[in-house]
Design a protein around this ligand. Structure first.
Ligand code: BES
Ligand code: MN
Ligand code: ZN
Length: 518
């Protein structure tokens, strides 16, 4: 779907020629669902026959009179939003309704859809305002309409549903505010779809060079600043972690950077994402089962770059810089060995115990270089870092590790507002002790116990007292909790959390915690 084919209007809904005209209904307990007058008689009939209560995902379809401009009419239940305990949950229910809209469009083979947004008074008090509801629904439709068919060539049929080509949102009042809401939803959802596109590319379709090209094009189109540190410069700078991981590879590594630094900004958010384009494990090679999923090991990098797409559109007050260390992790005669000792950008030496614990090696250089270069107010990294986080939190929560309570609060809230829940894990000296090495400053694994946290403990050596968040997205970057707006395969997780964090950034709230217990 093209971005400019999603529009918002306050013209009468039944004047548009469309494949599918949708009205939304809010469940009202024992009473008739709350819905627009245009479908009241049908909804009343269906309600009396106990065919339709307006529950979430419930649908009522009928055909309009021959002269009508819509081919099909549908009423979609939004559920009882009042029953949701809090705003983030209500918004996620609406996002999911958006996903159901995309699914209904596919079922009806509808390319054009008109969606009549609910009346503001039908929403309260579950969701305080119509623009936020419109934002969530628009986000859900776009995320739910996502598909990746680039490599389906001979097997793609002419009759296959290609996805929506246009959606028109119709509202009764507050046109400008609702349109702004839809635009916010669009920006966030299209950014997350960019992240999914990058992730869906296989290892041979998305290398470190593709990260660089993507970022360069975005910069050229939007005015963001682009830079890329190539292998030679990494050697000069002493980025021993990225270079070590790249040793077995046929493709040179890259450190890809996008900068948004408005003159007025007083604070800077640094985003760092693991851009491991394929993780074979290296010499400590992974088992063959599901190794193909390791093409998704770049989802952290995809999240931080795609968030910059929305940053470029929305031009927030805070500066944002995204850094992606990108390489694959391969074995070969030149590959790094278990037992090798490397030196990171900040001088910390590390004993490689397991070459499959490579994410932390590339992030270490990126974190310390990024912090030294941009002196950020805070740094947030996202990485598919450990299988252990899937054991602990399943595919439902991203693991969060931090040295700063105020920043953790802001990021956890941003995740809740995005439908991307985060769970903070502890980080203290006991975990740091697990990665002490006999021969170097630290070692790159701490054994199986607390594997997600010892990975975080490793990273903590490269952030000093800069307020820092590490997001372990290994359980959520793909196979994320099943929802109508989350497809099978890569979810685009963390992109929308980053966008929300940036949108609601509270200047002056985050300071280095000099007295932190960690
Ligand atoms: N990319 C993997 C983590 C991963 C595993 C993500 C499964 C998603 C699904 C990472 O590089 C890795 O291999 N981590 C090791 C660390 C261990 C050797 C200390 C792991 O989790 O097994
Ligand atoms: Mn690995
Ligand atoms: Zn990895």
């Amino acid at each position: 779907m093209k971005k400019d084919r999603i529009t918002t209007t306050n013209k009468a809904a039944d004047t548009f020629k469309t494949d599918l005209l949708v009205y939304l209904a809010v469940e009202a307990g024992k009473k008739m669902p709350l819905c627009p007058d245009a479908v009241k008689s049908q909804v009343k009939k269906a309600f009396e026959l106990k065919d339709f209560q307006g529950k979430a995902s419930e649908q009522l379809s009928f055909y309009p009179p021959a002269k009508a401009s819509a081919k099909r009419v549908m009423v979609l239940g939004l559920g009882d939003l009042k029953g949701e305990k809090d705003l983030p949950l209500a918004l996620d229910a609406l996002r999911e309704s958006g996903g159901h809209l995309a699914k209904a469009a596919e079922k009806a083979n509808a390319k054009e859809m008109v969606v009549v947004l609910p009346d503001a008074k039908h929403l309260s008090p579950g969701v305080p305002d119509l623009p936020s509801a419109a934002e969530a629904i628009a986000e859900g439709v776009i995320l739910g309409d996502y598909r990746f068919t680039k490599y389906k060539e001979k097997t793609r049929k002419k009759t296959d549903y290609p996805g929506l080509s246009g959606v028109r949102f119709v509202c009764d009042g507050e046109l400008n505010a609702v349109r702004a809401g839809v635009t916010r939803g669009k920006n966030a959802a299209f950014a997350a779809c960019s992240a999914r596109d990058m992730a869906n590319e296989p290892g041979n379709g998305w290398t470190s060079a593709d990260f660089a090209t993507w970022a360069k094009i975005l910069a050229k189109d939007t005015g963001l600043a682009y830079r890329c540190i190539e292998k030679k410069e990494m050697e000069t700078l002493g980025m021993g972690g990225i270079l070590a991981v790249n040793q077995g590879s046929a493709v040179p590594p890259r450190l890809v950077v996008l900068e948004y630094r408005p003159e007025s900004a007083t604070e800077t958010i640094l985003l760092v994402g693991k851009g491991l384009t394929f993780d074979s494990g290296g010499i400590s090679i992974k088992p063959a089962a599901s190794m193909e999923d390791m093409k998704y090991d770049m989802c952290g990098g995809a999240a931080v770059l795609s968030a910059m797409q929305a940053v470029a559109e929305e031009k927030p007050d805070v500066a944002v810089v995204a850094v992606v260390p990108a390489t694959d992790n391969m074995s070969g005669s030149n590959a790094v060995h278990p037992g090798d000792i490397i030196r990171h950008y900040n001088g910390v030496t590390s004993e490689i115990i397991n070459t499959d614990a490579e994410g932390r090696l590339i992030l270490a250089d990126a974190l310390s270089w990024g912090i030294e270069t941009y002196k950020p107010t805070c740094v947030v990294d996202a990485a598919t870092l450990t299988g252990a986080v899937i054991i602990g939190l399943g595919h439902h929560y991203t693991g969060l590790i931090s040295n700063n309570d105020a920043l953790s609060e802001q990021v956890i809230e941003a995740g809740r507002m995005s439908g991307e829940p985060l769970w903070r894990l502890p980080l203290d000296k006991h975990f740091k002790k697990q990665i002490e090495s006999k021969v170097a400053d630290i070692k790159n694994t701490g054994g199986r116990p607390g594997g997600t946290i010892t990975a975080g403990a490793y990273l903590s050596n490269f952030v000093d007292d800069t307020p820092w968040i590490h997001l372990d997205i290994a359980g959520t970057a793909w196979d994320f909790t099943e929802k109508a707006y989350i497809p099978k395969g890569p979810s685009g997780t963390a992109t929308r959390t980053f966008i929300n964090l940036i949108r609601h950034w509270k200047t002056g709230k985050v300071r280095p915690a000099k007295d932190a217990k960690n």
